[in-house]
Design a protein around this ligand. Structure first.
Ligand SMILES: Nc1ncnc2c1ncn2[C@@H]1O[C@H](COP(=O)(O)OP(=O)(O)OP(=O)(O)O)[C@@H](O)[C@H]1O
Length: 256
């Protein structure tokens, strides 16, 4: 198996442009996202953060009239040149703003993906479910109620089960689109702790409106404005010594 040095990029984006019909939403984005780090995407509403995030596992393919130019190479493969989008979405999992569990038991939610991949052996599924829930720091809270409806959990617990469901697919990369914006402060902190622990095993790209959150959880931060990346650097630099006046205005709250 190939060994990677620390600091190796796993996602390489070059001159990425995205159009919704006539309207251009991303302009010449270049970004190299490092393996087993947390990368935060910040910027004002409508600047293209979620659009960009969705390009990384081709979720925009589901939207009519989207046109994309440029390259996104993940693990040496140009993801817009492959036909195997299912494999891509297995490698690049996603967690959304609001928990979106299926109306089924906690167990079945986490086992859903592995079952779709053809895993039927009960022992193997049990192992995957337990390991995934443990990795998502929710096992202790749900181990006695695995067969009850996932929708009976609190919002914060549901979001951690969503993370477990993503982990069960054994992804390399997990995309998170404002994963705590619907949660209370305590649930938010739990997810932030979880993200920090997860980066030993996964590469995480997170969209957040919350700058303290970006500062707390991320290693790298990209500041988006009007569909462009204005600045991309170590999170500490972005928040303490930004190079671009627009970044400084945004991170100090002087900006729209
Ligand atoms: N499905 C769509 N069809 C047409 N335009 C869209 C679509 N989704 C997003 N847009 C437009 O693309 C631009 C970027 O939107 P996007 O949601 O990526 O921004 P964002 O930075 O994630 O915003 P927010 O922080 O409010 O979620 C906006 O002008 C938005 O109106």
């Amino acid at each position: 198996m190939e060994q990677r040095k620390e600091g190796t990029s796993i996602i390489n984006v070059r001159d990425l442009n995205l159009f919704y019909g006539e309207k251009q939403a991303l302009f010449g984005v270049d970004l190299a996202i490092l393996e087993k780090e947390v990368t935060a995407l910040i910027g004002p509403s409508g600047c293209g953060k979620s659009t960009f995030l969705r390009t990384l596992n081709r979720m925009n393919d589901l939207i009519d009239g989207v046109k994309i130019t440029g390259d996104i190479v993940i693990d040496h493969e140009d993801i817009y040149k492959t036909n195997d989008v299912i494999k891509l979405r297995t490698k690049v999992g996603m967690v959304f703003q609001k928990p979106n569990l299926f109306p089924m038991s906690i167990y079945d939610n986490v086992a859903y993906g592995p079952r779709m991949q053809g895993i039927k052996n009960k022992k193997e599924l049990n192992k995957i479910v337990e390991e995934s829930l443990r990795s998502a720091a929710i096992w202790d809270e749900v181990q006695d109620r695995l067969k009850t409806s996932a929708l009976g959990l609190s919002g914060g617990q549901q979001q951690r089960v969503c993370i477990a469901r993503a982990i069960a697919m054994k992804p390399d990369i997990i995309l998170m689109d404002e994963p705590t914006s619907a949660l209370d402060p305590i649930s938010t902190l739990k997810i932030e702790e979880l993200i920090t622990n997860m980066k030993k095993d996964y590469t995480i790209v997170i969209v957040t409106h919350n700058m303290q959150q970006a500062a707390r959880v991320s290693d790298k931060t990209a500041f988006f404005l009007n569909g462009e990346v204005v600045e991309y650097d170590d999170t500490d630099n972005i928040f303490s010594t930004p190079q671009d006046q627009r970044t400084e205005d945004y991170v100090t709250g002087r900006f729209g």
